[in-house]
Design a protein around this ligand. Structure first.
Ligand code: GDP
Length: 171
């Protein structure tokens, strides 16, 4: 019996330079969760993931400004990325979360706040606690990652899909 593969769209939001493109590239090469059938088209990148015996397709969009989002057909999930060495990018992340809240997308969509570049520990400007607090305020999930040293990147990818599946059960 052939089961239908469900496709989801994941938008990465956040300031320039926080590592969104690098994160998408790293997702494409993920080894530990059977990610395969990588495609690149029109700047969007799609990966198929087998998780808990079920296959899903995730397409990633790098969106620097959430105002560019298509309100009539919003993505299934948002990963709001900032850099822990860049305070301004943390402010920008907060602005993005407020925009999502104002568009009434926090309730219906998966939102994950991701603090990147934790390999640059000596230059850290945003504490883990501040990240957690911001995520909590907007009922988002929180994770700290380093694309540079491939820390927590697979965990984030699995987390995105897991949260999407949980939300889709609540409708
Ligand atoms: P975008 O503008 O958000 O798409 O950011 P990019 O993906 O282009 O990354 C901006 C710069 O940050 C690039 O030079 C990356 O190599 C670098 N970068 C991304 N992630 C990390 C990380 O985890 N650690 C370090 N040290 N550098 C990173």
């Amino acid at each position: 019996e052939q089961r239908e593969v469900i496709s989801y769209v994941v938008a990465l939001l956040g300031a320039n330079g926080v590592g969104k493109s690098a994160l998408i590239s790293q997702f494409m090469t993920s080894e530990c969760i059977n990610a395969y059938e990588r495609q690149k088209d029109l700047g969007n990148q799609t990966v198929s993931i087998m998780l808990n015996g079920e296959e899903s397709e995730l397409t990633f969009q790098n969106v620097t400004n959430s105002k560019e989002l298509d309100r009539t057909n919003p993505p299934d999930a948002f990963v709001v990325v900032y850099s822990v060495v860049d305070k301004a990018s943390f402010s920008k992340a907060k602005t993005e979360l407020i925009t999502l809240e104002n568009a009434d997308l926090l309730r219906s969509r998966t939102v994950i706040l991701a603090g990147n570049k934790i390999d640059l520990a000596r230059s850290r400007a945003v504490s883990t606690q501040d990240g957690k607090c911001l995520a909590c305020t907007y009922r988002a999930k929180f994770i700290e990652i380093s694309v540079g040293i491939n820390h927590n990147v697979d965990e984030l990818l699995v987390g995105v899909l897991t949260q999407i599946r949980l939300k889709s059960l609540q409708v």
